[in-house]
Design a protein around this ligand. Structure first.
Ligand code: EPU
Length: 427
């Protein structure tokens, strides 16, 4: 893997006007890998995780595990981790600041050490991103929680079984709860849980470790074990990476075969692409071909929701597509309150977008024009790259480290499909 600092401030130069054609292999899921890596702290035995994408966030997580006292090695997409020694319970603040998903360490660390000190994550560019539900659950399970000098301090003598109904559906909140309660031998019930495929992949792992977890609708019944075992697991494909290539195929009026996907995780995305006029052919459960044979992209109405609804992590990419659709699209963001930062950058490229409250009205234009734009978060960056693929002239996308947090070899994959994308290191 490359050194973290070498990612900082690379830029992409994109020559627009190329059509995406060919085959692309989708990587393992970032948001499934991160909690599974954290779950290795729950056992002293060896864990082997395959198909882990080579990403900045993965590297940060491995660094976190190592700093806590675990051994964690990464080679050719496989992580071998073993937390056999006694662990540090204090998480270095700079790692939590670098990656918000570091909060996923709270559940495993509390379960394993009986105490944890983790930097308070604070807001980020897509919104406030509260963690009250994580903390309430920990308290219900018997933890004493206090926030002092920017750190969350937690201590627990014994993990009590819990009956808890989440007040909002939260992905990492559900994951933290499942990881903590998997160490409790008595039966817990969680209601209103997140059902994202990444959460279900973690459930699969916790079952392999010895926890009994039943899922019935949005309810989970957990009967854990004090001696969880090691496991071997292959991470699910990244549905957001898949969706991003699918949108790229449609926007460029191309034809792309996606391999190594889970078609059953892509329902809401495929539905919207079909509405836009795309041809979506499911070849088998792991392969899907997306092509655009029509000469116009139909405008869309999109409203983000928890899985199985339309994912917030695809909202920005679809906005790039709607900005060249033939008509007016309405995109409503219901999950995060500030996830429209890509709008201003798309406007620099000639898009016609107005935001009122949670809804963006996107009036399709004939052409976008290449410009210098800044990445503000991971999915916003993907949106700008897609816009660059269809813009006239050159687009310069700055602060590419956001992309490196979540897309494995994006420029190489795009180039193999015919795009003109060059990474220019800025050091
Ligand atoms: N929320 C609360 N209280 C809580 C937790 C969440 O009010 O205790 C609110 C949040 O403020 C937000 C909503 O609930 O408005 C949903 O937040 P959630 O907790 O589900 O988000 P997350 O777990 O922090 C994960 C993904 C995100 C993805 C969201 C939604 C990981 C590491 N991150 O975040 O992924 O957008 O779920 O699906 O799994 C990305 O990959 O680009 C990304 C941001």
């Amino acid at each position: 893997m490359r050194d973290i600092t070498s990612y900082v401030s690379d830029i992409f130069l994109i020559e627009g006007g190329k059509t995406l054609r060919g085959t692309v292999h989708v990587s393992g899921s970032k948001n499934a890998s991160l909690p599974i890596l954290m779950a290795t702290l729950l056992t002293e035995e060896k864990c082997v995780i395959k198909r882990v994408p080579d990403l900045l966030d993965v590297r940060t997580t491995l660094e976190l595990l190592t700093q806590l006292g675990a051994d964690a090695e990464y080679e050719n997409g496989t992580v071998t981790a073993c937390a056999s020694r006694s662990l540090q319970h204090i998480t270095p603040d700079h790692l939590v600041r670098r990656m918000r998903a570091s909060i996923l360490v709270m559940g495993p660390l509390l379960a394993r050490c009986g105490r944890a000190v983790v930097g308070m994550p604070g807001g980020c560019s897509i919104g406030v991103r509260a963690i009250d539900q994580h903390l309430k659950l920990f308290e219900k399970a018997g933890a004493r929680v206090s926030i002092r000098h920017g750190y969350i301090h937690m201590e627990i003598d014994k993990i009590n079984p819990v009956e808890y109904t989440f007040e909002v559906i939260t992905v990492t909140g559900t994951e933290n709860a499942l990881m903590l309660l998997s160490k409790c031998e008595r039966r817990s019930v969680l209601r209103n849980i997140a059902l994202e495929p990444e959460v279900m992949d973690l459930v699969e792992v916790l079952r392999k470790m010895g926890a009994s977890i039943e899922i019935d609708g949005r309810t989970a019944i957990i009967q854990g074990s004090d001696s969880l075992s090691g496991f071997e697991h292959t991470v699910i494909p990244d549905r957001i990476e898949a969706g991003t290539f699918m949108v790229g195929a449609v926007m460029t009026f191309g034809d792309v075969l996606l391999k190594d996907v889970r078609v059953d995780h892509l329902g809401a995305i495929m539905e919207k692409l079909k509405e836009a006029g795309a041809t979506v052919e499911v070849i088998n459960p792991t392969e899907v071909r997306v092509s655009m044979r029509k000469d116009r992209i139909a405008p869309l109405e999109i409203s983000t929701a928890e899985y199985p609804g339309f994912p917030t992590d695809m909202q920005a990419q679809f906005m790039a597509m709607c900005s060249i659709a033939d008509g007016t699209s309405y995109i409503t963001e219901n999950i995060f309150e500030n996830r429209f930062q890509h709008v201003a950058e798309l406007q620099r490229m000639g898009a016609s977008i107005k935001v009122r409250g949670r809804t963006a009205t996107v009036v399709g234009v004939d052409k976008l024009s290449g410009a210098e734009v800044y990445s503000t978060d991971l999915r916003a960056s993907a949106c700008l790259v897609l816009a660059g693929l269809v813009a006239e002239g050159t687009t310069v996308v700055r602060d590419i480290y956001h992309l490196d947090r979540g897309y494995e070899k994006l420029e190489e994959k795009l180039k193999s499909l015919g795009a003109s994308v060059v990474r220019v290191p800025q050091r």
